[in-house]
Design a protein around this ligand. Structure first.
Ligand code: NAD
Ligand code: ZN
Length: 356
C-alpha cells in the first residue's frame, strides 16, 4: 500500500523524536474546502526543531503530528460552495488558516496572523502539509501563475516571511542594509531588500558555503564570514568596514544574541533593527546603548497578505527562488529528506519533498 499512488502517505514527528512515514485515509472536504494533491513541500527549520526537540514555545509534540507547512499542489476536488477555484488549478497553500469568525478583531481588521485561534500547519496540535492529499479551505489557496512551478509555490511560504519583514522594516531605495544569517530566511530577505532598492547590501554568516550562495544570488552583495570568537563590537566594526559606511537598517535573521547585539551596533543613530530570527525564550541586549542611540529594535511574527505579492514577484522574474533548492526527495523518502535538512554537514539550503 505504501508505494500505491492513491495512498495518502504522510511524514510525521511524534514524542519519541523519530520521524516516520504513515499512511492516512484520504480526507473528506467541507463545502468551502478543496482537496489538494500536494506536489512539493519544503522543510523548515521549525519542522526539524519539532522533530528533534519536541516543542517550540507553547506548541508541543504530544502526539503524532504531520510535518511541513511550505507546500504547493493541484486541486483535485472542490466543495459545493467554493467560488473562484476549479479542479485542475495549481495552488500555493497558505500555511496558516485564520478563523475569520465574528468578533475576531485580528481577522476582521485584516492582520489575520494575530488570530488567536489560527490553525498553523505542522505546529502541534495541527497537522502539516507533508502528505499526498490535503483538505484545505479554498480561501487560503493561491492560484499559481502558469510560469511558476510547484517548487516555486512551496517556497512562497518562507518568502512571505521575508516580504513581511521587509515591509514592516520599511526598506527604502538607497538604504544600506545588513542581513545577519544566510539561511533560507536571510537569503530571501536579502533578495527582497535588493529588489526594494537597498544598497549597499551586506550579509553575514558562520558558513562560507552559505555566503557563496548569497553571492551567486546577489552578485553585488558584500559578504562577511563571522569568526565565532568575535565579540559583537568586533563584528560591527568588520561589517562597517566591509560596507564602507554605517548601516541604515539591520535585518536580523539568526535569532542569536551575539548577532542581534552586533546588528544593533552596526546601525546609525536613530535607525532600526528588525529581528526576524527567533531565538531562545530569554536573551539580553544592550538596552543602554539602544537608549542613547535611539535604536528601534522591532520583532516580526509571520505574515498577513504576503502570498499574492510573493506570486507576483516570482512570476514577474523580480525574484528567482530556484537556486535555493539544494536537495529533493520523493515523498516516500521524506525521512531521508529530514536527515539531510537536519545535518549541517550535508550543506543543504532548502530541502524539498516532491511527489510526482
Ligand atoms: P537557518 O538556521 O537555516 O539559518 C540561520 C543562519 O544563521 C545559519 O546559516 C547560521 O550559520 C547563521 N548564523 C548563526 N549564528 C550566526 C551569527 N552569530 N552571525 C551570523 N550568522 C549566524 O534558519 P532559517 O530557516 O534561515 O531561519 C532564520 C531564523 O528566522 C530562525 O531563527 C527562524 O526561527 C526565524 N524565522 C522567523 C519567522 C518569523 O515569523 N519571525 C518565520 C520563520 C523563521
Ligand atoms: Zn480570527
Amino acid at each position: 500500500a505504501f508505494y500505491d499512488k492513491t495512498a495518502n502517505i504522510a511524514c510525521a514527528y511524534n514524542p519519541t523524536k523519530v520521524m516516520h512515514s504513515v499512511v492516512r485515509s484520504v480526507p473528506s472536504i467541507g463545502p468551502l474546502e478543496a482537496l489538494v494533491r500536494v506536489r512539493a513541500t519544503g522543510i523548515c527549520g521549525s519542522d526539524v526543531h519539532f522533530w528533534r526537540h519536541g516543542r517550540i514555545g507553547t506548541s508541543i509534540v504530544e502526539d503524532e503530528c504531520i510535518a511541513g507547512h511550505e507546500s504547493a499542489g493541484e486541486v483535485i476536488a472542490i466543495g459545493a460552495d467554493v467560488l473562484g477555484l476549479a479542479v485542475g488549478d495549481r495552488v500555493a497553500i497558505e500555511a496558516g488558516i485564520p478563523c475569520g469568525q465574528a468578533g475576531c478583531v485580528s481577522c476582521l481588521t485584516g492582520d489575520y496572523k494575530a488570530c488567536p485561534t489560527m490553525v498553523f500547519h505542522s505546529s502541534p496540535p495541527f497537522h502539516g502539509t507533508m502528505c499526498r492529499f490535503l483538505a484545505h479551505p479554498a480561501a487560503w489557496l493561491h492560484k499559481l501563475p502558469g510560469n511558476m512551478s510547484f517548487e516555486d509555490g512551496a517556497l512562497c511560504e518562507p518568502l512571505a516571511v521575508a516580504l513581511s519583514g521587509v515591509e514592516k522594516a520599511g526598506v527604502k531605495l538607497g538604504q544600506s542594509v545588513l542581513v545577519c544569517g544566510a539561511g533560507p530566511i536571510g537569503l530571501l530577505t536579502l533578495m527582497c531588500a535588493d529588489a526594494a532598492g537597498a544598497t549597499p547590501l551586506i550579509i553575514t554568516d558562520l558558513s562560507e558555503d552559505r555566503l557563496k550562495l548569497a553571492k551567486e544570488l546577489i552578485p553585488h552583495v558584500k559578504t562577511l564570514l563571522i569568526n565565532r570568537s568575535w565579540m559583537p563590537l568586533e563584528i560591527a566594526a568588520e561589517v562597517k568596514k566591509a560596507a564602507g559606511e554605517s548601516i541604515d537598517l539591520s535585518l536580523e535573521c539568526t535569532g542569536f544574541e551575539s548577532s542581534i547585539e552586533a546588528a544593533i551596533y552596526c546601525v546609525k543613530f536613530g535607525s532600526k533593527v528588525m529581528v526576524i530570527g527567533v531565538g531562545p525564550a530569554r536573551q539580553t541586549y544592550p538596552f543602554g546603548y539602544c537608549a542613547l542611540n535611539q535604536i528601534d529594535v522591532q520583532f516580526l511574527f509571520r505574515y498577513s497578505h504576503q502570498y499574492p505579492k510573493a506570486l507576483k514577484l516570482v512570476s514577474s522574474g523580480k525574484l528567482n527562488l530556484k537556486p535555493l533548492v539544494t536537495h529533493r526527495f520523493a515523498l516516500e523518502k521524506a525521512i531521508d529528506a529530514f536527515d539531510t535538512a537536519g545535518d549541517p554537514a550535508k550543506g543543504a539550503m532548502k530541502v524539498l519533498v516532491v511527489d510526482e
